[in-house]
Design a protein around this ligand. Sequence first.
Ligand code: ADP
Ligand code: ADP
Ligand code: MG
Length: 495
Amino acid sequence: MAKIIKKILVANRGEIALRVMRSAKEMGIKTVAVYSEADRKAPHVVYADEAVLLGPAPSSQSYLKGDRIIEACIKLGVDAIHPGYGFLSENADFAQAVADAGLVFIGPSARSMQMMGNKLAAKHAVKDFNIPMVPGLDEAIADISKAKRVAQEVGFPILIKAAAGGGGKGMRVVEKMEDFEEQMNLAVSEATSSFGDGSVFIEKYIGAPRHIEIQVLGDTQGNVVYLFERECSIQRRHQKLVEEAPSALLTPDVRKAMGEAAVRVAKACHYVGAGTVEFLCDENLNFYFLEMNTRLQVEHPVTEMITGLDLVREQIRIAAGEPLGYSQEDLSIRGHAIELRVCAEDPTNNFTPDIGQLKTYRRPQGYGVRVDDGMEEGMEIPVFYDPMISKLVVYGATREEAMDRMKRAIEEYQITGVATTLPFGTYVMNHPAFRSGQFDTNFIKHHYRPEDVLPKGNDQELAAILSAAELDKKQLSKTNDTSNTNGISAWKMNR
Ligand code: ADP
Ligand code: ADP
Ligand code: MG
């Protein structure tokens, strides 16, 4: 049934709020921003046609206030809510409340979200659909002696994982039986404090995996297509830093097999909208289902660049009840795209989040360069939210061209006042392992040393810079550590 969408409220902040509003504007749809007291002057608030203050800076008092957001929609005559990523985007209760209020939720049904929101529930949902899974136990472990038996069977190293986990949190590698019990207790308490749900399960720890995920789109008529893969193996703390499409690893046959598996996963939960099915790939190109993210993904722009489809426009069209209008055969890959997450983090100090003001902020320009951001020069990076400043996305005819363009764009990008991941991006683009496509999720652990991104000088000078930076950071990290942990747990607890 077709629905008319004339006004959208974006229940998010920063780059993704702007990203969504831009597509809405192109479609002739009015936009409403929401904001916290920390974001009064933020670009997403200025850009929107209307804006609503939600409350104080902490997300639990602002961006996670689902009831206030729905109230605002009713008051302002909003037709649909776009949740972005993070915050309420994977909260099934919120999606249901939106629908109950007679509004359109731009995303899947609350039921699909419930099925895929919990990693164990997801494994159960896809069980009968011929989807390869990481070997392990597909139920929560309660009995420690049974857990030990399973660990023995699966074979060490194993990974203990929080069923409700996300954002790279709630995972523990166990190398040997002697460590099992202690690690399991730690995993349970971490899962309880971060996600409000202590259920954990066991997976075989894949030694040198690549994280490769498939973008899917499903419409309300039951058509589902895959928009190929994104390679996201360059990670720190199990979180992505560099993403690209297509992957340098996949053959057309494996791409098709993974794409079709992803479509089966989407069909298993009657998926509607844009979603991502995540897989791990081993060195023999065997792939294993990890989880499904029931939202627009941070790294969606690389898929847009190689398919020519605006994913937010597609999400809105689908939410309005329009059919996809194309089939799998109509889709193809053109060129190569790479994204770097430009985060306020210090690559010389364990990627610790940095705080401060963007004293200088000048974006790169030119052919094949796209910057998705939500910041302006002079702004403070709020400590309450994700420390991502922008996503630097480049497009090239070939992978080689895209890598070289990324280097050029990073060189043009001027940011002072906070440490960023920009120098790390240059390091990756120059690295022989990345350039040749021979890398996995251990890239940072195996190759990267902080001194690799420091300016070249004589050894003494280098040592001095390093120790000064470390001293500085030691003082800073005390405040950072707590604010960051709180940020993540508050965000995830409310899913
Ligand atoms: P994606 O799966 O889209 O690549 P990530 O894996 O980086 O995103 O993060 C998963 C989810 O966790 C996203 O919805 C993201 O918004 C959220 N997230 C990422 N970093 C943080 C953070 N520092 N604090 C809270 N939530 C975060
Ligand atoms: P999250 O919900 O935090 O995104 P995922 O299950 O998607 O959790 O895993 C995040 C990352 O953790 C993966 O991209 C990969 O680097 C690592 N990982 C997860 N499961 C395994 C596994 N069984 N073996 C090795 N690495 C894994
Ligand atoms: Mg994941």
